[in-house]
Design a protein around this ligand. Structure first.
Ligand code: FAD
Length: 456
């Protein structure tokens, strides 16, 4: 049907205003493909409401018309859950980006679902607080997306994932009802915690419209070190020692020689250390004062490390790690597998993965990097055709499961991994999750096709 004849477009325009209902294929296009260019689908239309009441009215209208909804924030997700598969309404939260001044006594901040992570970090910093979630997509990823995926990032081992920061959420359910727990009460034991139920639900249980988040404090002295190491096992040993001896440690990021070479070529960076190493750990710690002295003392005089405590040099060191995602995606559309292993199995997993790739995937290049402190690795495979990609994915995820890990560490399941959910969730778990989904969204209005293998 021509877009101008679409009665749903007219009904939604009456709610949000005609300029905020996008039906022109060229204008819609950026909402219909994900950050990696791997996942794409045509939407019926894109709607951009300005507040919770408008979201509720939009959801009711779409539900009445039997048209499913894909909520979208910054569209930086990696598992295809935030873009349409075909025919859905994309509900963009981008206009709902206000950030309130922090509540100083409670150390909390409230923001609209469309506020970017960077905007919340900045508002917290200006008020003398620290919002500890951090990740490379900070300028685009939104609070709604971070909570819907339960994002992790570089400081999760110390401060927790997105879930740990949630004090309250306002959201619209599939029937258009608004649920809201935004009072910011640290103690509130009055039944099921609906806010936490929505965290990590990947847009399948409700559209998050607003959140209240816990802030913390961080010492003003920050130091970063890039350390050359011989193996994954050494990375785990060093992390275990520093976690014990260096209370201010709040980042431990792992990458390997082939990733470093790719990043250097992509970003034009010099070699970070006097000689090359098989692997590298990027470490950061904070303290009230003297963070660099703490870090040097904990690392020991023999460490092959470059250190920085001024923000320009620290940012330069972070580029060696944070540019990995961009450097890989600039050359290929990688198969991205975000997995978590028990730290005790991390080294064995990397060895088994390397042996598997050498024997079974001679055409592939494998780039591995991630958040060592959580045993969270991003395995990126490039150079495979579609059939080989599916086989490789099955094999790598099975390897993760055999090592006691999770097939989805921080990016979620989305459409990318729904066929492998059984590897880390027992049949009883999946049945319970589907019962929750059916109870809250019996008609399958919110993000059908995401999370569950049967496409519900
Ligand atoms: C360079 C780069 C680095 C990254 N690093 C990390 C990292 O270290 N750790 C990490 O965890 N992730 C990382 N990511 C992935 C991504 O940034 C996160 O998954 C982020 O949480 C997604 O936020 P978004 O606003 O872009 O969500 P989107 O991509 O728009 O959506 C993601 C999912 O959330 C749902 N959703 C979005 N908004 C809402 C809402 N308001 N209500 C309900 N559902 C919603 C969507 O339907 C979809 O299923 C990285 C991405 C990039 C590009």
């Amino acid at each position: 049907m021509p877009a101008h004849d679409d009665p749903l477009a007219g009904a939604l325009a009456a709610i949000v205003g005609a300029p905020h209902v996008l039906t022109d294929p060229e204008v819609k296009a950026t909402y219909e493909v994900d950050w990696t260019s791997r996942y794409r689908g045509e939407s019926r239309l894109v709607v951009r409401p300005a507040g919770t009441a408008e979201v509720a009215a939009v959801v009711r209208e779409c539900a009445a018309a039997g048209v499913p909804i894909v909520a979208q924030g910054g569209n930086t997700g990696f598992v295809g859950g935030g873009v349409p598969r075909g025919g859905e309404v994309v509900l963009s939260l981008a206009r709902m980006d206000d950030v309130e001044p922090p509540d100083q006594a409670a150390a909390q901040i409230a923001a609209g679902a469309g506020a970017t992570l960077a905007a919340v970090q900045d508002a917290a910093r200006r008020a003398g607080h620290f919002f500890s979630i951090d990740l490379g997509a900070r300028d685009s990823a939104t609070i709604g997306g971070l909570l819907a995926t339960n994002a992790g990032g570089t400081r999760a081992f110390r401060y927790g994932m997105a879930r740990a920061h949630v004090v309250g959420i306002e959201a619209v359910l599939a029937n258009g009802a608004v649920v809201s727990r935004m009072a910011g009460l640290p103690k509130d034991n009055t039944g099921y915690d609906l806010a936490q139920l929505l965290v990590g639900s990947e847009g399948t249980l409700g559209v998050i419209t607003r959140a209240r988040l816990a802030l913390t404090s961080r010492g003003g002295s920050v130091a970063t070190a890039l350390v050359g190491i011989e193996s994954t096992a050494e990375a785990v040993e060093l992390f275990a020692r520093l976690r014990r001896d260096l209370p201010g440690l709040d980042a431990a990021e792992l990458f390997y020689a082939n990733g470093l070479e790719l990043v250097r070529a992509h970003a034009g960076l010099p070699a970070p250390l006097a000689r090359a190493f098989p692997a590298y750990l990027l470490l950061e710690c904070s303290a009230v004062a003297g963070a660099q002295d703490d870090l040097v003392a904990a690392l020991g005089a023999d460490a092959d490390a470059v250190l920085a405590d001024d923000s320009t040099t620290r940012q330069r060191l972070w580029r060696y790690r944070e540019s990995h995602t961009e450097a890989v995606s600039a050359r290929w559309i990688p198969l991205k597998l975000d997995v978590a292993l028990p730290l005790s199995r991390l080294a064995a997993f990397v060895d088994e993965l390397t042996a598997f790739a050498r024997a079974e995937l001679p055409a592939a290049q494998v780039f591995v990097y991630g958040h060592a402190g959580d045993g969270n690795l991003h395995v990126q495979l490039v150079g495979l055709d579609a059939a080989a990609e599916r086989d490789a994915m099955a094999a790598v995820l099975a390897l993760v499961a055999r090592n006691g890990g999770s097939i989805g560490a921080e990016h979620g399941v989305g459409v990318a991994k729904r066929d492998w959910l059984h590897l880390t969730r027992a049949p009883g778990d999946v049945a319970a999750m589907q019962a929750v989904k059916r109870a809250l969204d019996p008609e399958g209005v919110l993000n059908p096709g995401v999370l569950f293998p049967d496409g519900t």
